[in-house]
Design a protein around this ligand. Structure first.
Ligand code: PHE
Length: 372
């Protein structure tokens, strides 16, 4: 409507339509999201929208007027519809781009750690596994026995005389006798020799890894520790074989090209002759290297199985013979992996285990490397 005093607009409808068009297209262009755009659409083209209202006026027009006005209003409607569609497409594209930017996935990032990658194998378990691999390669099977053992299997059948001080030598944990039978926590893995010889006919070739118990506690002794026993019984096995087996074992275990061994006479009731074995090493600045140097380190006990032991287990010593050896597994682990305090093995401290432990899926193999 023209104000009084103003020059009347010669095309009032034109101005309305032009303003409406300008206004509608501006609002469409400025709509920041789908919801705002929908509000603009409703205000223009909805049932009560401005353009719809204009269209409704057509009915009251003369056919002449309707022809020209109708064309202009419909043109406006088409323009608005087109602009809406274009803006909607634009908004959809922007939204997609935002989503793609927000949801990008860097496939080169390391995967999240699972319990399998965080968990660790205890060095003792690792060393037992390494020993099994080394001896399996030489044809040894693994035999096991109970931790609670009879006095008979731990001592008597192994040729410890009744009341002999050697029984006390091992700081035994004796248990309360059960039905008259003396029980104890086995002090060594040698009773598994006895169990194997009673259960199996020669030829026998086994290793027996397991827990053993002695009343002792300091930096290098814990009341529970681990040993592995080796036993070979047939008709011809002699000390030369024993020396070769020990050399192969130590060479493979310490992952060196070769080791020299020194055998010193010793005493065990269950072997005759008995020996202590020293392995060649180099001690340098608190570090120990095996397979080189001029130093020696005592590492294990061994010998030819005593005829009395064979007889006690139902094997004829005039036909069969063989050797046995026993090694401390914890000590082997300390020497190979450089731990200085045995007590930490049994503290169950996860920080220690994270440092000294092994990844669960890195199985030791002779071909792939034992400690790789
Ligand atoms: N059982 C002995 C010990 O614990 C070790 C050993 C085993 C020695 C077999 C000789 C033969 O000390």
């Amino acid at each position: 409507m023209a104000e009084p005093g103003q020059i009347p607009n010669p095309w009032p409808e034109m101005t309305d339509i032009a303003t409406l068009e300008q206004e509608t297209l501006r609002q469409i262009a400025e709509a920041a999201d789908e919801a705002a755009l929908e509000a603009v659409r409703l205000a223009a083209l909805g049932k009560k929208g401005a353009i719809s209202a204009l269209l409704a006026t057509l009915g009251k027009m003369s056919p002449e007027e309707r022809k020209t006005e109708g064309a202009r209003i419909n043109l406006l409607k088409d323009k608005a519809t087109e602009a809406l569609a274009a803006r909607r497409a634009e908004l959809a594209k922007e939204a997609l781009e935002r989503r793609l930017a927000a949801e990008t996935l860097d496939v080169t990032l390391p995967t999240a750690t699972s319990p399998l990658t965080r968990g660790r194998i205890h060095p003792i378990s690792q060393v037992m596994e390494e020993l099994s691999v080394i001896f399996a390669d030489m044809g040894f099977a693994v035999a096991e026995g109970p931790d609670i053992e009879s006095d008979d299997f731990n001592f008597t059948k192994l040729n410890f005389p009744e009341g002999h001080p050697a029984r006390e030598m091992q700081d035994t944990f004796f248990l309360t006798p059960e039905a008259g039978e003396k029980k104890l926590l086995r002090t060594h893995t040698s009773p598994v020799q006895v169990r194997t010889m009673i259960a199996q006919k020669p030829p026998i070739r086994v290793i027996c890894p397991g827990r053993v118990y002695r009343c002792d506690f300091d930096q290098t002794h814990t009341p529970m520790f681990h040993q592995v026993e080796g036993l070979v019984i047939d008709e011809t096995t002699h000390m030369g074989h024993l020396k070769w087996v020990l050399e192969e074992f130590l060479k493979n275990f310490f992952e060196v090209k070769g080791v020299r061994l020194r055998m010193r006479p010793s005493f065990f009731p269950f072997t005759e002759p008995s020996m202590e074995v020293d392995v060649q090493c180099r001690r340098q600045g608190g570090e120990i290297r095996f397979g080189e140097g001029e130093d020696w380190m005592e590492i294990l006990g061994c010998g030819m199985v005593h005829p009395n032991v064979l007889r006690n287990c139902g094997i004829d010593p005039d036909v069969h013979q063989g050797f046995a050896f026993g090694v401390g597994i914890d000590r082997l682990a300390m020497l190979k992996y450089g731990m200085s305090d045995l007590r930490a093995f049994f503290d169950a401290d996860t920080r220690w285990l994270e440092h000294y432990g092994f990844r669960p899926l890195d199985f030791p193999t002779l071909a792939g490397g034992l400690s790789a």
